[in-house]
Design a protein around this ligand. Structure first.
Ligand SMILES: NC(=O)c1ccc[n+]([C@@H]2O[C@H](COP(=O)([O-])OP(=O)(O)OC[C@H]3O[C@@H](n4cnc5c(N)ncnc54)[C@H](O)[C@@H]3O)[C@@H](O)[C@H]2O)c1
Length: 354
């Protein structure tokens, strides 16, 4: 049976976030849903990211709160679960907050959803980093069936895997139509530095490498390359990610895992130089020591299964994606600076951008 979003009710948990808000926008633009219900507690997001549209309803609250769970209508058709405690460093700082917003969230949501008979698919944002091999030698692409270690660098990584396991459990026992979308490193417009509440570390503001480098590059700062920038990642543009999530919902088989990856390995060194070439930053790069918690090294994902079974292939090259993200950042500098400003008390270094 061909699935579609036309006249369907879609729940996006974490829909105010970076990926979630881009997903909502694409659903509304191209897929004619009857309703997009966003549930988000704005822990790492700004409400301005929730699209203004008659078909959007926004519940501001935590999905681990029973009163919020009670508000999910029982005729919901599709669910995307993108909520997490962002990110690795914050989870190391506060593992219990991570548990509350990254583990309990998944358990409570799935435990509620399996009773709803009209659900066609539940898509979970799984993390490629939680299954990738830890190597600084030559990396091989991580496949969907790669072995999973019992040793992890962060509570975040553990929580993302537990989410997969709980979903698998509800699929096997209760036939919850659960699909895992394993993300590689997403970048693109809509990732607001400093979005949400202070989460105990400077990474509340400096969320991920790409938006951080773009911001610093636009401010003529040398880009700091931890461990000399030798680590590699598979950078996927957020619009490709949104298309991949939609493909998981419409074409993914319940119980299955699909990588949403480009299959292209890019070093942090190359990322920094690409960004500097688009901004004209003459300060270049600065070589730093390795981060003490980070053993992630080199990694990228396989693309064959998603291409064969979902018809999904990332379309945006790193050059085009970075160019568009630099442009978006330039055009939204005021908004981003005002979001960073919320954390100035905890992170005085942001004063120089205000
Ligand atoms: N961005 C990436 O590179 C990447 C890589 C691997 C996996 N992922 C996963 O993709 C998902 C989206 O990531 P993102 O980059 O958009 O991050 P994000 O921080 O922008 O989005 C997460 C959203 O979850 C919300 N949230 C947190 N706790 C919640 C709760 N208790 N109830 C409801 N909402 C809650 C946050 O406010 C935020 O809007 C996450 O699950 C993340 O683990 C992302």
């Amino acid at each position: 049976m061909d699935l579609s979003f036309v006249n369907q009710k879609v729940l996006v948990v974490g829909g105010a976030g970076f990926v979630g808000s881009n997903l909502c926008k694409l659903l509304l633009k191209d897929y004619e849903p009857a309703e997009v219900l966003v549930i988000d507690n704005l822990l790492s997001a700004e409400s301005c990211n929730v699209p203004i549209d008659d078909r959007v309803n926004f519940i501001c609250g935590s999905i681990s709160d029973d009163k919020v769970l009670d508000k999910i209508p029982d005729d919901i058709n599709y669910v995307f679960h993108l909520a997490c405690y962002h990110g690795n460093q914050s989870s190391i700082e506060d593992p219990l907050a991570d548990h509350e917003n990254n583990t309990l969230t998944s358990l409570k949501l799935f435990n509620r959803l399996y009773r709803y008979s009209g659900i066609k698919k539940v898509v979970y944002a799984a993390a490629g980093c939680a299954v990738a091999e830890k190597t600084y030698d030559t990396a091989s692409a991580t496949a969907e069936d790669a072995p999973v270690s019992l040793f992890h660098d962060s509570p975040y990584s553990i929580s993302k895997l537990i989410g997969e396991m709980y979903g698998n459990y509800f699929f096997k026992l209760h036939k919850l139509p659960f699909v895992k979308a394993r993300f590689q490193n997403v970048y693109g417009p809509g990732e607001i530095l400093g979005a949400g509440l202070w989460r105990g570390t400077r990474h509340t503001v400096w969320r991920n490498v790409t938006p951080t480098f773009i911001w610093k590059s636009l401010h003529n700062e040398a880009l700091p390359l931890d461990n000399g920038g030798i680590a590699t990642r598979d950078f996927i543009y957020v619009e490709d990610m949104a298309r991949g999530l939609i493909a998981c919902a419409l074409k993914g088989d319940p119980g299955e895992t699909y990588n949403l990856a480009t299959g292209v390995e890019t070093s942090i060194w190359d990322l920094a130089n690409t960004i500097n070439s688009y901004t004209g930053n003459e300060a270049g790069i600065s070589v730093e020591k390795p981060r003490d918690w980070d053993n992630s090294g080199k990694r990228f994902g396989t693309t064959e299964k998603s291409e064969a079974q979902l018809g999904f292939r990332a379309q945006v090259s790193i050059q085009d994606g970075i160019k568009a993200t630099v442009e978006w950042t330039r055009n939204n500098q005021e908004k981003i600076a005002s979001t960073m400003e919320k954390h100035v008390h905890f992170l005085p270094e942001v004063t120089k951008y205000l």
